[in-house]
Design a binder for this molecule. Structure first.
Ligand code: CAA
Length: 259
């Protein structure tokens, strides 16, 4: 199977990219080829001005069942270092446009970490999450221990990471990992509807809101509030703010230019 087939990019509309991990024979396990394909798809979506939101998905059996365990077998720390896995995680965590995970089936290990690194997570009721790395004698290495603790809190993170137990979509929703819990067949349509809604919003406001939340979470509150204030002032000088306010007062939909 070649690289192009391991990650399939679709364009459900001009403004929305759908990036699908496709390695069904291995439950979409993230080997080097899939990771490289995802990085390329994200870089292209980032460059394309018309793209306003990106959905990451897998198939009905798995979002992704983790890093490829076969590739881990004989890997020494220098081998792992040489793979520059952090470049992959930076391309996901640093992606500037809204990133929506549409999860059905297994989201385990690095697959769960991938969902955790997205901005919005839609999951079917049959989805199953987990960070089972402890069972392999390792630990999450793609941000999972930090992101799960920040999203769900220390107790929930340690409860699942120390036992390696999987948890269902409903529990993931209760713990705040999942924003939208749907019937399995509604996962992708729900993610698409959210993506289209975001795509219709003023792009500068969308970008600044994401930046403020993501960067703000990594900063002390004072610095985060200063970042929010700067972005807020900036948006008040945009044509889209003028249009948004005028459209509200004139009781009509806004027509945003991204300026
Ligand atoms: N890596 C490589 N191959 C994998 C895989 C993985 N993470 N997950 C599944 N596969 C392969 C299986 O080996 C199997 O291949 P064969 O048909 O050649 O035997 C195929 O996918 C189908 O898998 P199963 O027969 O096991 O399917 P299932 O539906 O019965 O179970 C599953 C699915 C629960 C996901 C199970 O495959 C499983 O437990 N997979 C491993 C999950 C895991 O431990 N993930 C964490 C990886 S470590 C990690 O992610 C590290 C990190 O970031 C630092």
């Amino acid at each position: 199977m070649n690289e192009a087939q391991s990650v399939i990019v679709e364009t459900p509309s001009e403004a929305v990219r759908l990036v699908r991990m496709y390695r069904p024979q291995a439950r979409n396990a993230l080997n080097l080829v899939v990771r490289r394909g995802l990085m390329q798809a994200l870089a292209e979506a980032s460059e394309a001005c018309e793209v306003r939101a990106v959905i990451l998905t897998g198939d009905d059996k798995a979002f992704a069942a983790g890093a490829d365990i076969g590739e881990m077998k004989d890997a020494s720390p220098p081998d792992i270092h040489a793979r520059r896995i952090e470049a992959f995680w930076e391309s996901v965590g640093g992606f500037q446009k809204p990133l929506i995970a549409a999860v059905n089936g297994y989201a385990l290990g690095a697959g769960c970490e991938l969902a955790l690194a997205c901005d919005i997570v839609v999951a079917g009721r049959g989805a199953c999450f987990g960070l089972p790395e402890v069972r392999l004698g390792i630990m999450p290495g793609g941000g999972g221990s930090q992101r799960l603790a920040r999203i769900a809190g220390k107790h929930v993170a340690l409860r699942y990471m120390l036992t390696g137990e999987r948890f269902e979509a409903e529990a993931a929703w209760r713990h705040g990992l999942v924003t939208d819990l749907t019937a399995d067949e509604e996962t992708l349509p729900t993610a698409l509807a959210i993506a289209e809604k975001i795509a219709a919003m003023p792009p500068l406001a969308v970008a600044k809101i994401k930046e403020s939340v993501v960067k703000g979470l990594n900063a002390p509150l004072d610095a985060a509030l200063a970042l929010e204030r700067q972005s807020y002032y900036f948006l008040n000088a945009t044509a889209d703010k003028e249009e948004g306010v005028a459209a509200f007062l004139e009781k009509r939909p806004g027509r945003f230019s991204g300026k």
